[in-house]
Design a protein around this ligand. Sequence first.
Ligand SMILES: Nc1ncnc2c1ncn2[C@@H]1O[C@H](COP(=O)(O)OP(=O)(O)O)[C@@H](O)[C@H]1O
Ligand SMILES: [Mg+2]
Length: 288
Amino acid sequence: MGIRISNLSKTFLINNGEKRIDALLNIHLEVEDQEFICLVGPSGCGKSTLLKILAGLEAADEGLATLDEEIISKPDPDRGMIFQEYALFPWRTVRKNVEFGLEIKGYRPEQRLRISQKYLALVGLLGFADAYPHQLSGGMKQRVAIARSLSLDPKILLMDEPFGALDAFSRLRMQEEITRIWNEEHRTVVFVTHDIDEAIFLGDRVVVMTPQPGRIKSIIPIGLGRPRNRNSHDFLRIRDRVYAEFALYNTDAGESTDDETGWGEHLPAAGVAGAVTTVADLNSYWPE
Ligand SMILES: Nc1ncnc2c1ncn2[C@@H]1O[C@H](COP(=O)(O)OP(=O)(O)O)[C@@H](O)[C@H]1O
Ligand SMILES: [Mg+2]
């Protein structure tokens, strides 16, 4: 059960079909029920494309994705999606935003109230039930979006850089919030980010992706309890390992001058990972 992605590939053609972009190539991934998995990688490595395929918003060219052994081919309330943009209705109060999906599904007002109450309490926004989105901070808006998704009781939550628009402090707080919420409401979560620390703070496993073509480079089990201490020895050790994955990739790609990926901006200085240059270096750097 859970999510199974097998041999999945997706190509986009642009410039009237002259240029081909291999957004995803041969992706294999299994996500267990109630697992929190983070996809991390630079801009353009296919994270959003993969998430859209899981949401049923985009179709794969090859391979398939299943949820509980059913092929994903269209959107379904079983799969709640949360984007970087808050996507709230500005003319609806916080509570009415949370209840929106329930209205569409034909829930009676007292059922809606019971459910919205539960999830507003879970995200700590009961006191703001009658406020409008423009009266909230970015982090609060994102908590409304989370409550709205959870109210439909999805099997999985798909989150695409949900904290990407927040300032650094709000982002750290929201990482703690989502950890707390997930501890109370265990769901399967696929969480996309380009922030390595965020991925390690949140995930049971971190899937490292690289672009052109978009591939899974490695999958790193985190194995730390929650909430996590960002400064603990174990956290920093895993962080070094993830950085090493990217530094190694940088070395391989160093010869190319055709840097459309924005890699340069995202990469740590070569020294951060201990000047890893070869697979052998990586192995000695990270003995299994
Ligand atoms: N609808 C589209 N049409 C053409 N190219 C696309 C489309 N969506 C994504 N791409 C391309 O596919 C690659 C992967 O994009 P995306 O999944 O958005 O990456 P990420 O979310 O990791 O930044 C990028 O090179 C992007 O330009
Ligand atoms: Mg994206």
